[in-house]
Design a protein around this ligand. Structure first.
Ligand code: EPU
Length: 339
């Protein structure tokens, strides 16, 4: 049976920034068969938009054509050996349910990515990352369905072109595939990454066997809750800009002028903390109409209530312009803009 199509559907609860928008036609397939059917029966001329929980989205305007909110669920152990466990999850699984389940099983690998909003299927799209770990490090493969043909295929992590908050699904294959599931390779023994400053500090005074996936998850949750607003309480889409990478020369001249600047040398260039730049430009906690930059983390744009995409994009443009004028650094927006 075809899944139900909702016409003129309200999307305000399907984007964590809480922006008002409607979809001409919304469908929530729960199985691969349903998804295949939806694609086969659609108007091939009309655009297709795919959303998860809408936690990294700016819905700029009503979405024409077909909007697919994937509801494919299921989390299973696929196989294991002496050292590793492979787990698979449907694209519609709430990401943190997957993290919580694997950590409860005593498997290690996802704990640093605790509490990231969104779905498992959205995770590879922008290569989610936090506290020293990126999805690319634990991903075994991604399963996709091609929109044009309904053909299902698998891509290994190496084939996904993962980079900082980037993948082929956001780049050369944008709009071509729907991510339907992911498979992850986790460790049976704890080999936790506690390189992130506050994590290192916390575990410094504790014995080595205290560094378990469960303990790291607990700390990550505490750190996130202290800085990042819960979208269920204060509407937001996480970091609104990427941390920009500049040349070593540019970083050097900035550090000379602003000794407090937070900068991380990379293989190529130097990554700057966009939150620091935005705070230094005076935007932390500042409002422009119904939107503002968060008072605990200046990189997060929040909707205090009643905002439209015009308000959001106006604040983003003002912050970008100010950072450019003060520091000569271009900020790049992180959330995806639809349509
Ligand atoms: N900082 C400030 N002021 C601020 C915010 C940050 O000075 O208002 C400084 C901090 O003091 C720190 C540095 O900037 O020295 C970095 O801050 P933080 O560790 O909070 O992380 P971030 O670089 O701002 C990135 C990710 C987050 C992720 C954290 C932790 C991006 C765009 N954001 O933020 O991811 O949780 O690191 O690893 O890379 C997201 O993508 O939505 C997201 C929340």
């Amino acid at each position: 049976m075809s899944p139900l199509l909702e016409h003129n559907a309200d999307l305000s609860g399907l984007n964590t920034l809480g922006l008002p928008a409607r979809a001409t036609c919304l469908v929530r397939p729960q199985t691969l068969d349903e998804l295949e059917q939806v694609l086969a029966e659609r108007d091939p001329q009309a655009p297709v938009h795919v959303i998860g929980e809408g936690s990294n989205l700016v819905i700029q305007d009503d979405l024409p054509g077909l909007t697919i909110a994937l509801a494919l669920d299921g989390m299973i152990k696929v196989r294991e050996d002496q050292e590793h466990v492979w787990v698979a999850a449907g694209a519609g699984v709430h990401w943190d349910d997957l993290v919580a389940w694997t950590v409860e099983q005593g498997w290690q690998g996802l704990e640093n990515l605790s509490l990231i909003p969104g779905t498992a299927g959205a995770a590879p799209y922008q290569n989610i990352g936090a506290y020293g770990v990126e999805l690319a490090q634990v991903l075994e493969q991604v399963t996709v369905m091609e929109i044009a043909t309904g053909k299902v295929s698998h891509y290994s992590a190496q084939e996904c072109d993962f980079a900082y908050r980037d993948s082929r699904f956001k780049g050369r294959d944008k709009g071509r595939f729907i991510i339907t599931g992911i498979e992850l390779k986790l460790n049976r023994q704890a080999r936790c990454n506690i390189s992130y400053g506050p994590l290192k500090q916390h575990f410094n005074d504790l014995p080595a066997d205290a560094v378990t996936a469960a303990a790291v998850r607990e700390q990550v949750i505490a750190i996130r809750q202290s800085k990042l607003p819960d979208p269920a309480v204060l509407a937001n889409a996480g970091s609104f800009f990427k941390n920009p990478v500049v040349s070593a020369e540019k970083a050097q001249s900035l550090t000379a002028a602003f000794p407090q600047l937070v900068a991380y040398p990379q293989a190529e260039g130097v990554k700057l903390a966009a939150g620091w730049l935005i705070q230094a430009a005076g935007w932390k906690g500042k409002r422009l109409g119904p939107v503002g930059m968060h008072s605990e983390q200046a990189l997060v744009l929040v909707n205090h209530g009643g905002a439209t995409s015009i308000d959001v994009l106006a604040l983003a443009a003002a912050v970008k312009q100010d950072v450019w004028q003060r520091f000569g650094v271009q900020l790049e927006q992180e959330p995806v803009v639809l349509p």
